[in-house]
Design a protein around this ligand. Sequence first.
Ligand code: NAD
Length: 261
Amino acid sequence: MSAIKVVVQGALGKVGQEVVKAVSAEPEMQLVGAVDLKAKADTLALPDGSSVPLSSDLEHILTSFKPQVLVDFSIAQAAMSAARLATERGVNLVIGTTGLSPDDLKEIDRLARAHQVGAVVAPNFALGAVLMMHLAKIAAKYLDYAEIIELHHHLKVDAPSGTAQATARAMAAARGKPFLQPQGRPAASRGEVVEGVTIHSVRLPGLMAHQEVILGGPGQTLSIRHDTINRECYMPGVMLAIKEVLKRQGLVYGLDALLGL
Ligand SMILES: NC(=O)c1ccc[n+]([C@@H]2O[C@H](COP(=O)([O-])OP(=O)(O)OC[C@H]3O[C@@H](n4cnc5c(N)ncnc54)[C@H](O)[C@@H]3O)[C@@H](O)[C@H]2O)c1
């Protein structure tokens, strides 16, 4: 089988650089081009000493190097124009960029179906994080109390994290009834309550992204914890999506859907 030809948009960004490294190291894939608004040279050096074409012009890269898959870790607006350009040319999409609206997702699905290509959009490509949420949903049916401690680096601006809120919502939906709350007056130090789940947000230098879901019942607690050490954590999920997207048509939203969880 010939290698899957891949282009990365956002290739000079924090996650994009990891994708470039991971695709280059994958025998079943061939990185044929890289795109970034900040491109200053016309080639990008790869870890093995070779190089690939680099440009700020996605259309030029798509037309000249004819990839099968475009991976995007840039900004929402760029991801959407890339989705239009790529699907028109029969290129499958793997999008990790966050901030896409429900209308954007509908448009991606429509474009992918119209051009008979696949599109995987996942707000979290870390396999462990997706599994943590899945396991928390299973446990939510059996234990009546739940709290989440999410810990992130000090530069994260939002709190609670999107993943913590999504976990609380998914747990409440799986449970089908509200979690119980301890009695007593609400206090600021008790954190924010989402769907009956109290979320505590820690922000400190030295942390990356960590989340612990603690469920409580009579005489016992159950902790489900996920820790990311660096941005490599997203790569197994991205590599899986690049391989799987070729077998799909239309939008697959979320790594959990791709894994069939
Ligand atoms: N899905 C996931 O698992 C996951 C994980 C981490 C980050 N993200 C998301 O991925 C995106 C990128 O994150 P990051 O930390 O690498 O950011 P970053 O700022 O380090 O990188 C973004 C890159 O995109 C480039 N870019 C911006 N506009 C562009 C355009 N119009 N055309 C081409 N390139 C453009 C920038 O020059 C930059 O190099 C963000 O939306 C972030 O929230 C998703």
